[in-house]
Design a protein around this ligand. Sequence first.
Ligand code: CA
Length: 335
Amino acid sequence: MGKRQGLGYFIILIAVYLTGRYCFSGENLVLNPGFEEGSKGWIQFDNKNPVSLNSEIVAGGKFSAVVKSNYDGLKQTKESAIKIEKGVGYLITAKVYSEDGRINILCAELDTNKVWLEQRSIPVGSSTKYKQWEEILGLYIPTDEKIGYIIIEVVSDKGGYVDDIKVIKQKKTDNMVFNPGFEEGPRGWVLGDNITPPALTRGFAHSGEAAAHLKSGELVKTNFYIPVERDRRYDVSAWIYLQERVAYLAVSSFNENKQWLRDKRVIIGTTKETGWTKISGEYIPPGGTRYVAVEVWGDTTIVVDDVVFSEHMPGEADMREGKISVFFSREVSFL
Ligand SMILES: [Ca+2]
């Protein structure tokens, strides 16, 4: 009995230790994220002037930073650049406010010596509302061996304010889909109109507690674009609960400016099985594709869970056949 109790305590201790580690990995990597320490860690885009602060329109604390108009915004100094680990995603969030303009959050990539890489500033997200605080969310996944650091940039056409900027390292995983099982609510997912979050189920899921619940014809897709590289292969899959008719899994293409490439959508697979089934297949990015979004829809009510997009690892079947088997996806230009 005593031994069992000891084992129980041991398991609890391990659980506490792991929870602690998990929380630690969720720390904000941005220095002076809410501008409560003045302009420390931030500089105006001209590389000369310190950031101007505002104390009237704030999202939290005493100060926010002024985002000047004409794209003369602000950015992190090289001293406060964020060190990047390969194979890990970073969730970037910022609260922004503008009277009549658009605020853009970008992520500039630097090499291991903190030198800016070939003019590379990756768009994270833009504001869509006026005269109210709005949270911008984006997922950054480093794809290049050369990247050592990133700095956050905030620019605007007509100006505004920014506050509470966060860069949070995600858990290391091969899956490039953020919140793949909907356990963090609808975060990272959007319906076909690019605005509405999907409805969720609670307690009816393939794994965990939550899943996305779609009506007939409703499409759900990853809101954070996933960077892909030419000539690489990717595995795509999703679990779908279906009662009748058919559901689809597809991957949409975007160019380097994150513009949709209408005729490059690839259908990965379909299912007509009732109950929980997994649709899976391989994806090779069509020419010109730099980012992708994973999409699921059905012509009936469906439940979607555990969506995966990961780099292809040669499996047992590949070895047995002495070749790499390729799933030739069908390109379609409709929907
Ligand atoms: Ca789930």
